[in-house]
Design a protein around this ligand. Structure first.
Ligand SMILES: *Cc1c(COP(=O)(O)O)cnc(C)c1O
Length: 408
């Protein structure tokens, strides 16, 4: 019989979102008249920008002609899209990233786990706690960890706590690691990293020869103009960082699928014999073998994000969600909640009141307000006692949910 990858058996069974679904379903069965509002999901709710839809319609019509038909595209993505990204996301912010250092993919969730394909075993790995679960689970699946303890922490990983006590800042470790995952603006806490903080990380990485995997999926939500949108705004980052970006959250491509992975040509890893190897070349080889590109139609849609019309529509989308976040923050602050995040990120991270643990507060909100959120402990042991509310929703739902929560 075929042997399975037993690392999958180490994954925690009671995974966050299935457990939420189970509790919501049980509640709905007992309370069929209750109208639930879901502020728990990390998915967008507003329609795609019309600039993107029009570009995709046009591309689809081209595909119906001999002259305009496109079969397999470049595995790295079409150059016109990579050039628009290099110009608008990087050069415009002073980052010297060239189009050939940019790879187009079908998702940054996918690429932030696929990247392990080109990295070896035996690396010392650090993640923040709480954390986007993909970074941890992909390492578990690849056999880079031991078993989980009863709080869900895996042996073999270093966890860097993000809590109110440290201002949700990922403290630079006083020990060396080879690989570190950073996500700012942060999911789930909504925390941000200043230039100074990212510089400290880049200096740490350069001192210790570490690689930073930087997830910038929420950069478009940054309102404070002093904050960096890319790790490549930091001097030296081109030697030690890979960045993931996505069209999912800024342009609503969660169902359409298009994302960006940036691997500067100056980032190296090494063999067990200590020989330096260019990570760009390995990733290029990996993509050419295992990936056949994102559809022409979708890449045309993504290109439209950088048109004048696209830029203005995206900025309205982001403002809409950030107004939701502001409503959530203000209403909760007014009734005495301790509230974090939500100022440069579409997530509001609240301290659960009355020393309730995250799941107790989940049940409390579900029963008393019929509002569904996400228990912080599902993102890691240090998320215990916190709760995530998402700004991805209609205005009406946000207002109604706040009305209900503030009148409990
Ligand atoms: C939503 C999200 C992404 C985007 O993933 P896609 O696969 O591009 O849709 C990446 N990182 C984080 C932390 C996210 O929350």
């Amino acid at each position: 019989m075929v042997k399975v990858n037993e690392n999958y058996l180490k994954l925690k069974a009671g995974y966050l979102f299935p457990e939420i679904a189970r509790r919501v379903q049980a509640f709905s069965q007992q309370n069929p008249q209750a109208s639930l509002i879901r502020l728990g999901i990390g998915d967008v709710t507003e329609p795609l920008p019309s600039a993107c839809c029009n570009a995709m319609k046009k591309a689809l019509d081209e595909m119906n002609t001999h002259e305009g038909f496109h079969g397999y595209g470049p595995e790295q993505g079409y150059l016109w899209l990579r050039e628009a990204i290099a110009q608008n996301d990087f050069k415009a912010r002073g980052c010297e990233i060239s189009a050939d250092e940019i790879f187009i993919s079908d998702g940054s969730k996918c690429d932030s786990s696929n990247i392990l394909d080109i990295l070896g075993t035996g690396n010392r790995i650090a993640v923040t706690d709480p954390v986007y679960p993909v970074y941890v689970d992909s390492n578990v699946m690849s056999g880079h960890t031991g078993e989980a303890d009863n709080q869900g922490c895996y042996s073999g990983l270093s966890y860097i706590p993000l809590t109110a006590a440290n201002g949700f800042e990922a403290a630079i470790p006083n020990y060396p690691v080879d690989l570190i995952y950073l996500c700012f603006p942060n999911n789930p806490t909504g925390a941000v990293a200043t230039k100074k903080h990212l510089s400290d990380w880049v200096n740490y990485a350069k001192r210790n020869d570490s690689l930073i995997l930087f997830d910038a999926a929420y950069e478009a939500f940054i309102q404070d103009s002093s904050l960096p949108h890319s790790i490549f705004e930091i001097e030296g980052a081109k030697d030690c960082a890979i960045e993931f970006r996505s069209f999912s959250k800024n342009a609503g491509f969660t169902g359409t699928r298009c994302a960006i992975t940036v691997i500067p040509k100056s980032v190296n890893g090494k063999t067990v014999n200590g020989e330096e190897v260019d990570l760009w070349a390995l990733w290029n080889r990996r993509q050419s073998t295992k990936f056949n590109g994102v559809s022409y139609i979708v890449q045309r849609g993504a290109q439209a994000v950088y048109s004048l019309e696209g830029k203005s529509q995206i900025s309205s989308l982001v403002s809409f969600y950030m107004e939701n976040a502001e409503i959530i923050r203000n209403k909760l602050l007014k009734v005495g909640f301790k509230v974090y995040g939500g100022e440069n990120a579409p997530y509001v991270w609240i301290k659960t009141p009355d020393n309730k643990n995250s799941w107790e507060f989940f049940d409390f909100l579900l029963e008393k307000a019929n509002v569904v959120g996400t228990p912080g402990s599902g993102f890691g042991a240090s998320g215990e006692g916190y709760f995530r509310l998402s700004a991805f929703n209609s205005r009406q739902n946000v207002l109604e949910a706040m009305q209900r929560i503030t009148s409990i």
